[in-house]
Design a protein around this ligand. Structure first.
Ligand SMILES: [Zn+2]
Length: 658
């Protein structure tokens, strides 16, 4: 059995359960929801999958820090994603968790098969390991001794592990990418992966010793090891359909789209297709890598992430406005900027003015001129310009969906909104109503305006499902949108004449200037909040894999800093430096450190001798102005004022501070 042509399968990545859901996660899931809803209204049998990735070192560590079992930890954490998707009104058919039995069984079955046919072997491995990335690196992979991916410190490691013979599929994969233009989109990303494959593809380490990392799926052929998280996680896309034979029978495989952030493109376009190939399954049809978001022009640090915390955004602006903005503002595949100013602009112009106004004036006129019932058009109609424009646009929209050009689709739809507004203006119903002959034409004009609103509701429904439904309700049309289908636009005349309209509240109330100013001011203050000082490497505005926890440290982390009391026994200004003072600090047990401190503008050397200060005693020595400094003195500064940290009672030298 192969792919059933009536079935459509779209996925988001399974999100790392430790992450706090942010706007990047919402972006991917909404994008998947749009294509899923579109395909359903085209008549496809759609399967839309999302879920959470719940194994691995970071989860184990986070659970340990909280003193709970990993399973209890993920049982609680994954709810945040589930709840957010309910709020965002996404229409996923299933939510998979990698700790579920249905998933674990398939992972183990696939591993067992690959092991049995010699695709997996055991080898001892010597190299460097990056804990946050959970990846091994060879000496030559390292960048100045650091992880080439996250630039953090790596640790040397030697252990035996199991390897998947990925290397033998390098040529096949390259050929597949070259002969399948739509396999990796956008094209720029495709070239990136081809560049990666220009070097020989190595084998993939797919195990972690249980002794070091127990939180994972045990290998079926060696219980001393658990499965590498990526090997485990990627299988979610097929485990949802059951065991290998069931996947074929399901008719959903290969997946039509895996939507991913650009940071996880390699795992999806290299590991995953080779894993499938080895298991006798076809690769997915398209892997689409989208971009990252900044916030108001800045990288997404913790305080800025709060500003675009998805639940806050929904509370403030409403679900559909956020869905619209994310899909409209930036071409899918490019990086984008989440600007509150731009968002308010779009709400006021596109949503309140153009769309909201079209609905309101249409309903008002039907109410006034036709007693609240949509009139029947009088045949033959003199003027079918409006209809023609819709019929021409629908095929263009189908074409744009193939490229996932969401922003252009919305542009086209809004052109139709403009056309409908202009159509009303040019036909001037308020004049037609004055004469008997005009009234005949008026009925046709109003019918076609109502029909254009019905079409617009169908077209915007994938992007703004609740808004599409509200427009239908206000028009008084009972048939559910997905049942009407996009195809019904082409036959036109889908609005039953005589339908009683049902006007309701405004779709999108305007955000008045005063309110807008208030919102922008609060965003400004968050952007300049002191919490926004994360170093560059943690401030990446990524859509995946930026755990909020990264901004928090564990008690173990804190205890790595050796803080001690020290008594200043000597102090002198450093020549040619305005700021530096050279100190000799007694930290007990007969140890005296030479320390440089940037406090010369605040303290005279004589004031310093005899003071007890707090010293970071295990800081790597560094040279300043040619003098070695063997520690750091703690002080606070406020504008130009510098104040040394100290104690309100005396303490001996060398006391550990915690
Ligand atoms: Zn790393």
């Amino acid at each position: 059995m192969s792919k059933n042509p009536n079935k459509f399968f779209v996925t988001t990545p399974i999100y790392y359960v430790n992450d706090v859901p942010h706007i990047g996660h919402a972006y991917t899931t909404i994008a998947a929801d749009v294509i899923a809803r579109y395909k359903r209204s085209e008549g496809y049998d759609v399967f839309f999958l999302t879920g959470t990735d719940e194994h691995g070192q970071k989860v184990q560590q986070a659970a340990r820090d909280l003193g709970v079992e990993p399973q209890a930890h993920v049982d609680k954490l994954h709810e945040r994603f589930k709840e957010l998707w309910v709020r965002f009104n996404t229409s996923h058919n299933d939510f998979i968790r990698t700790t579920e039995e249905r998933h674990k069984q398939v992972v183990r079955a696939i591993l067992q098969d690959l092991f049995a046919c010699g695709q997996i072997y055991k080898d001892s491995y010597e190299g460097w390991y990056c804990t946050p990335c959970e990846r091994f690196w060879t000496e030559k992979d390292l960048l100045e001794g650091h992880c080439p991916e996250c630039k953090r410190a790596v640790t040397q490691i030697e252990e035996s592990n199991y390897f998947f013979k990925m290397g033998q599929y390098g040529k096949w994969l390259e050929e597949h990418i070259r002969t399948h233009e739509r396999f990796i989109l956008p094209a720029s990303r495709r070239n990136e992966v081809l560049g990666f494959l220009a070097r020989p593809l190595g084998d993939l380490c797919i195990s972690r010793p249980k002794a070091r990392l127990p939180w994972g799926i045990p290998l079926p052929f060696d219980e001393e090891y658990v499965t590498y998280v990526w090997f485990d996680a990627l299988i979610n896309y097929i485990s949802i359909h059951g065991h290998l034979k069931d996947i074929h029978a399901s008719g959903y495989w290969p997946a039509d789209y895996h939507l991913v952030g650009k940071d996880i493109l390699t795992t999806h376009s290299v590991y995953w297709p080779t894993m499938l190939k080895a298991s006798g399954l076809e690769p997915p049809t398209t892997i689409f890598a989208h971009g990252w978001w900044t916030v108001n022009g800045q990288k997404m640090s913790k305080s800025l992430r709060n500003v675009v915390e998805p639940n806050h955004l929904i509370d403030r602006f409403g679900v559909d406005a956020i869905r619209y903005f994310l899909m409209r503002e930036v071409p899918f595949g490019m990086d984008g900027d989440f600007s509150h100013k731009a968002l308010i602009g779009r709400i006021n112009s596109d949503l309140a003015n153009n769309l909201g106004n079209l609905l309101n004036r249409t309903l008002n006129m039907i109410d006034r001129y036709h007693d609240g019932c949509i009139p029947a058009p009088v045949e033959p109609q003199k003027n079918d310009k409006l209809k023609c424009e819709f019929l021409e646009t629908v095929p263009q929209i189908h074409e744009l969906y193939r490229e996932l050009a969401y922003n252009k689709i919305l542009e086209r739809i809004w052109k139709l909104v403009d056309t409908a507004n202009k159509w009303i203006d040019s036909n001037a119903p308020w004049n037609l109503v004055k004469t008997e002959e005009g009234k005949q034409e008026l009925a046709s004009v109003m019918y076609n305006t109502a029909e254009s609103l019905r079409a617009i509701a169908i077209l915007i429904y994938p992007f703004m499902p609740a808004t599409g439904e509200k427009i239908m309700q206000q028009l008084g049309i009972q048939t559910p949108i997905e049942q009407q289908g996009i195809g019904s636009i082409l036959t036109w005349n889908g609005t039953p004449p005589g339908t009683r309209i049902n006007p309701g509240p405004q779709l999108f109330p305007r955000i008045e200037d005063k309110e807008a100013e208030k919102i922008l001011a609060s965003v400004q203050s968050a952007a300049s909040a002191p919490a926004d000082t994360a170093p560059a490497d943690t401030a990446a505005a990524t859509t995946e894999g930026v755990p909020e926890e990264k901004d928090l440290i564990s008690i173990e982390d804190f205890m790595k800093i050796d803080l001690r009391t020290g008594k200043i026994v000597e102090a002198e200004k450093v020549k040619k430096s305005k700021k530096l003072v050279q100190l000799k600090v007694d930290i007990g047990n007969g140890e005296v450190r030479q320390v440089l401190a940037g406090i010369a503008t605040a303290y005279e050397p004589a004031q310093l001798v005899g003071r007890t200060i707090i010293l970071v005693a295990n800081l790597k020595p560094a040279k300043l102005m040619g003098i070695e400094s063997q520690g750091m003195v703690l002080a606070g500064s406020e504008n130009d004022r510098i104040v040394l940290a100290g104690f309100d009672q005396t303490l001996a030298e060398g006391v550990r501070i915690k």
